[in-house]
Design a binder for this molecule. Structure first.
Ligand SMILES: Nc1ncnc2c1ncn2[C@@H]1O[C@H](COP(=O)(O)OP(=O)(O)O)[C@@H](O)[C@H]1O
Ligand SMILES: [Mg+2]
Length: 208
C-alpha cells in the first residue's frame, strides 16, 4: 500500500511549522518512514524557485508568473520527491501544497481559479493529499505571531484584505472537501491545537 500524503495549510503565523515538528514525531513514533518537506521548495530546484518567490526585492513578478513558478516548483517536487516516496511506502508530510495556491494566488491575487485547476490537473493528474490540516485563525492574530518571527517575506508583506481573501478561500476548500480537509482552530493555545491534531492523526495512524 502506498504511503499517506499529509499537508499543512494556513495563513502566515498560523503555526504550520510549529505543528509540523509535532506531527513528524508522532508519525515516526508509530514506526512509519516519513519524508518531511515544504512548498514552494522541497527540492534543490524548488528551493531556488522559492527564493525568487519570497524575495521582497522581486516586486515586479506578475501574478501569472508567480502562479507558474508555484506549479513549476510543484512539478519538480512531485516527480523528484513526493511520488517516489509514496510509491516506496514512505509517508510525506508537507508544509503547504496546492490549497495554498488556491488561497494565495486564487483568493489573494484573484487569479481565475479555473486557471489554477487546469495547472493542477496538468501537474498532478488527480494526485491530492490524503489529509490536509488547515490551521485557521484570524488574520491579525497570525500576522502578529509571524511578525515576531522575522522580517516579512513577499507574501507576509501583503495587505490585510489579501490575507482575508486567502483565509476565506481556504475555508471554502474545507467546506467543499470535508473528508480531506480538517479545520483546526489555531487561535487556541498550542497544547489545544496539538490535541486537536492528535485526535485526527490517531485515527489515520490506526487505519494505516
Ligand atoms: N497556538 C499557538 N499559540 C501561540 N503562539 C503560537 C501557536 N502556534 C505557533 N505559535 C507561534 O507563532 C509563531 C508562528 O508560528 P509558525 O509555526 O512559524 O507559523 P507558520 O509556519 O504557520 O507561519 C511562532 O513564533 C510560534 O512559536
Ligand atoms: Mg512556516
Amino acid at each position: 500500500m502506498p504511503g499517506k500524503f499529509i499537508t499543512l495549510e494556513g495563513g502566515e503565523g498560523a503555526g504550520k511549522t510549529t505543528c509540523l515538528k509535532h506531527i513528524e514525531k508522532r508519525i515516526k513514533e508509530a514506526g512509519i518512514d516519513l519524508c518531511v518537506t515544504r512548498e514552494p521548495g522541497g527540492t534543490r530546484t524548488g528551493e531556488k524557485i522559492r527564493e525568487i518567490l519570497l524575495d521582497r526585492g522581486n516586486f515586479d513578478i506578475l501574478d501569472e508568473t508567480e502562479l507558474l513558478l508555484m506549479f513549476a516548483a510543484r512539478s519538480q517536487h512531485l516527480n523528484e520527491l513526493i511520488k517516489p516516496a509514496l510509491a516506496a511506502d514512505t509517508w510525506v508530510l508537507c508544509d503547504r501544497f496546492t490549497d495554498a495556491t488556491y488561497a494565495y494566488q486564487g483568493g489573494g491575487r484573484e487569479i481565475d481559479v479555473q486557471r489554477i485547476a487546469e495547472l493542477e490537473q496538468w501537474v498532478q493528474q488527480g494526485l491530492k493529499p490524503d489529509l490536509t490540516l488547515l490551521l485557521d485563525l484570524p488574520v491579525e492574530v497570525g500576522l502578529e505571531r509571524a511578525g515576531q518571527r522575522s522580517t516579512p517575506d513577499r507574501f507576509e508583506s501583503e495587505n490585510i484584505a489579501f490575507m482575508q481573501r486567502m483565509r476565506s478561500s481556504y475555508l471554502e476548500i474545507a467546506r467543499r472537501e470535508p473528508d480531506r480537509v480538517k479545520v483546526i482552530d489555531s487561535s487556541q493555545p498550542l497544547e489545544s491545537v496539538l490535541s486537536q491534531i492528535d485526535r485526527i492523526l490517531t485515527e489515520m495512524l490506526h487505519s494505516a
